[in-house]
Design a protein around this ligand. Structure first.
Ligand code: ADP
Length: 310
């Protein structure tokens, strides 16, 4: 089984002609509400492929929380570990303008109330999973508690450090793999502790940084994780482990909307690892799932079933 430990959000989207300046009001299109959050996305991606996948998350005792629970259950995710209450369900308030540029306000809400004690209470679920998959949209102490509980139980850890933030050395060392896109790879390399930089643009050139993606993957692996996967959008992914670095191309597809592609990739990867596949084989499967997800709009709505892969 795969257990995802992470966030669940309601994404509230409206289309505007232009973004409001501070103090200004603009009118937007009819609101659409989509289930989101990286944790829920990954769990849905895995379940839709046929995985036995559960989600340890916290939602509010409110309409958004019930919507999220229903969409998770509909995808086949085990919602038994989902906790309720303590704060409103996390939301992302998203305004999209005519050029496709977004402004987003995230209110973490209940995601921020998933505590280390909640994680420890769920240790039996963590211990019975083959793979636990994490992101950084819940408190860092809860991520660390989940990783330590998984390690103690012999559960494999997959971690996508998004949004990028510092990771304790033992958490980084447990990752097998650490999964990053190119932006996250650069942000982590810029920080001496493997986390995000305190200052500077995340993508500005750094003379000390390896110039190519393979060099960055290897530099990240020297920070301690057992293995590293760098996703490269249309170019697929790099797998970097003890045997060296391998490029896995993605199938060529007609890209419509890349939202949630990384979450689809990681959910699929975690599932294949839970089935006992080696890392390179699991990545060869995951790039197909990521590619399928960009051919349709939305995040969870775009995730494929196993018989619909390129
Ligand atoms: P993120 O969504 O985190 O930015 P990427 O853009 O690297 O991550 O995409 C994750 C995965 O989704 C890629 O490794 C690839 O498998 C797939 N993917 C993304 N964009 C495309 C594309 N244009 N064509 C084919 N596959 C894609």
């Amino acid at each position: 089984d795969v257990l995802v430990v992470g966030s669940a959000n309601a994404d509230l989207v409206t289309v505007v002609e232009r973004h409001p300046a501070p103090g200004e009001t603009v009118l937007g299109s009819d609101l659409t509400v989509h289930p989101g959050g990286k944790g829920a996305n990954q769990a849905v991606a895995a379940a839709r492929l046929g995985a036995r996948a559960g989600l340890l998350a916290r939602v509010g005792d409110d309409a958004h929380g019930r919507l999220l629970a229903a969409s998770l259950a509909d995808a086949g995710v085990d919602t038994g570990p989902v906790l309720t209450g303590g704060a409103p369900t996390g939301v992302a308030l998203i305004a999209v303008d005519g050029r496709g540029d977004n402004t987003i306000v995230v209110s973490p809400g209940a995601n921020g109330r998933l505590t280390p004690a909640d994680v420890v209470d769920a240790r039996a679920v963590l211990a019975s999973a083959a793979v636990v998959s994490l992101q950084l949209e819940i408190p860092s102490a809860s991520v660390a508690a989940a990783v330590r509980t998984a390690v103690a139980a012999g559960t494999r850890v997959v971690l996508n450090p998004s949004p990028p933030a510092p990771l304790p050395p033992d958490v980084l060392a447990a990752c097998d793999p650490l999964v990053v896109n190119e932006h996250e790879a650069r942000a982590l390399l810029r920080s001496p502790t493997g986390g995000a930089p305190a200052t500077g643009s995340a993508d500005a050139a750094d003379p000390a940084e390896p110039a190519d993606a393979a060099g960055r993957a290897e530099a990240l692996r020297r920070r301690g994780p057992r293995s590293v996967v760098v996703t490269l959008g249309a170019a697929g992914a790099l797998v970097c482990g003890p045997q060296g670095t391998e490029h896995v191309p993605a199938p060529a597809v007609e890209a419509v909307d890349a939202t949630g592609a990384g979450d689809a990739f990681t959910g699929a990867l975690a599932w294949r690892l839970a089935l006992g596949e080696d890392l390179a084989s699991a990545v060869r499967f995951a790039v197909r799932v990521g590619a399928a997800s960009v051919t349709r709009p939305g995040a969870q709505t775009s995730y494929p079933a196993a018989d619909a892969l390129p």
